[in-house]
Structure formats: structure tokens, C-alpha cells
Design a protein around this ligand. Structure first.
Ligand SMILES: [Zn+2]
Length: 280
């Protein structure tokens, strides 16, 4: 059905519950939706699915093969604005430039869809400018904000949007070394002991190790968030914390990941200590 490099349909296998949710909203789409969960690629796929759903020449399901669907998959559709936060921060100038376009009805007979991929890369100013734009009626225009989790977006943007949560990424088991670290971290949250002796020796934590530990804890957390506690750490998390607290842990881990990924002079031991102590 679909040719080309990017095939949203195969990326969305196993996400039927969100596709159904979007399908149900398609006849009267909300002005703005937030897409969270899944992987970066899956969030882009779902954003494009939504654009196809609102513009496909065939009724009910996006066919993936009509001119509109194909142009949307190629990001070459005249009623699609795609801001790619994966390539760098979305700036206020980008939002300002698009504003006159949003004031116009769409070119075709569907909806103009504006997608912000990895919208957590919005600067505060740009986010506020977008918020202003969303406060005005934009007939025929719908907006998509895709981000790992809603807490990473400006709260006022989220509160104006429908939130669609994709299944969290698949879990691969942590190896024995990482497992020791995640167990120690979870143990520290429980007992307040057994952590600093791991991170304080000079050179004990490399940047790579810190990244692995954060990623390892995210795996455990996602397991706990899915309500499947197949490892001792995930089991402890799901027994000790409610959904809200688990999401807060996820946010802290995402922030730690960001600073490990983006700050050159970061001290990996301190990042792990920060994660450990933020939750005590
Ligand atoms: Zn189509």
C-alpha cells in the first residue's frame, strides 16, 4: 500500500487504540491535540496519520495511497505545516511566520494540519506565541504537539489540547550491571540508603554509564506504567507510587537524559545524584 522510506502505518502497528481514538474525533476534530508516549518516530507517524485522516480522499480511514495521503507522507502537502523540533529548537520567528497562514482557511477541502514534532524543543517565547495563536479561532486549522510526555510542554498549551497517549516503547531487559544500578536507585528511594557510595568514588560514573542507568530506569518505569511488573524494580515502583508519581519520575529521568545529551561539561555522577535526591 505504501511506498517510500517513511511508512507511518507499519510504525503504528500495536497502537490501534490511539488510531481508533483519533478516528472517532475526526468528524469534529479538536483544535489542538497533544501526542505523548511511544517513540519519537511513532509520534511523527501518528501526527501524519492524523493529517491523513483529516485529508484523505477516501472516507473513514486514511488510505495511504491517494494524492493527499502520499503528499502528507512526503511532507509536501499544501495544507500541512511541519515544524521539526528534532532538528533544533522551534523559534518564535517560526511561529510568527506561520501566523498569517493560520488566519486563512485551508487550500483544500480538508483541514490544514500544523505539526510540531518534538514540541518540547519550543522556547518559552515561541510556546507563548503559539498559545496566543491558539486562543483565537482558526477555522479549518488543527494543531498537533508531539512530545515524549505532556509534562514537558507548557501547561497552558496542554490544557487547551486533547491528549492522546501512545503505548510506551517496548521494554528490553536491562543487563546485569545496569540492573544493579537501577535496583540501588529504587532501593535508595525506598530506604534513603545505599546510593552515594556508588556515585561518589572519583571516576565511578562515566557519561555513558549515567545514560545507560537513566535509560534503564526509564525501561523499568514504563513497565510499571503499563501495569506490568515483570522485574523486581518495576514491581517496587508500581507498588510504591501512584500514576502521578510515576509520571513525575519519568519527567525527572527525561530531564536528566536531556542534560546528559546536551551539556558538554556535565558531571554524570551529579546528574545521577540529582535524579536520586529529587524523589526522596
Ligand atoms: Zn488517502
Amino acid at each position: 500500500m505504501v511506498s517510500g522510506l517513511f511508512d507511518p502505518f507499519s510504525l503504528l502497528k500495536g497502537q490501534e487504540h490511539v488510531l481508533e481514538r483519533l478516528d472517532a474525533m475526526a468528524s469534529d476534530p479538536p483544535q489542538s491535540i497533544v501526542i505523548e508516549g511511544g517513540t519519537e518516530e511513532e509520534r511523527v507517524a501518528l501526527s501524519l496519520y492524523w493529517a491523513m485522516r483529516l485529508n484523505c480522499k477516501k472516507a473513514d480511514v486514511p488510505c495511504g495511497s491517494c494524492a493527499s495521503c502520499r503528499q502528507i507522507m512526503d511532507l509536501a502537502f499544501s495544507d500541512l505545516l511541519f515544524f521539526d523540533g528534532r532538528e533544533g529548537p522551534i523559534k518564535i520567528a517560526d511561529v510568527r511566520e506561520a501566523r498569517p497562514v493560520w488566519g486563512q482557511p485551508p487550500n483544500g477541502d480538508g483541514y490544514r494540519v500544523t505539526i510540531f514534532a518534538e514540541a518540547q524543543s519550543f522556547g518559552v517565547e515561541a510556546a507563548n506565541a503559539l498559545l496566543k495563536s491558539l486562543e483565537e479561532p482558526r477555522p479549518g486549522n488543527v494543531f498537533v504537539l508531539a512530545a515524549p510526555q505532556r509534562e514537558r510542554l507548557l501547561e497552558t498549551l496542554v490544557s487547551r489540547s486533547w491528549v492522546v497517549t501512545m503505548a510506551w516503547p517496548d521494554i528490553r531487559r536491562n543487563n546485569a550491571e545496569i540492573n544493579e544500578w537501577t535496583s540501588a536507585l529504587a532501593g535508595f528511594w525506598r530506604s534513603g540508603r545505599g546510593w552515594f557510595e556508588r556515585t561518589s568514588p572519583k571516576g565511578a560514573v562515566s557519561k555513558e554509564l549515567a545514560q545507560q542507568v537513566v535509560l534503564g530506569m526509564q525501561r523499568e518505569l514504563r513497565e510499571a506504567l503499563k501495569g506490568e511488573a515483570s522485574t523486581p524494580v518495576a514491581q517496587q515502583l508500581s507498588q510504591s507510587y501512584d500514576l502521578r508519581a510515576l509520571r513525575r519520575i519519568d519527567l525527572v529521568l527525561c530531564q536528566a537524559q536531556d542534560s546528559l545529551n546536551t551539556q558538554v561539561a556535565v558531571n554524570p555522577s551529579l546528574v545521577l545524584d540529582w535524579v536520586a535526591t529529587r524523589l526522596v
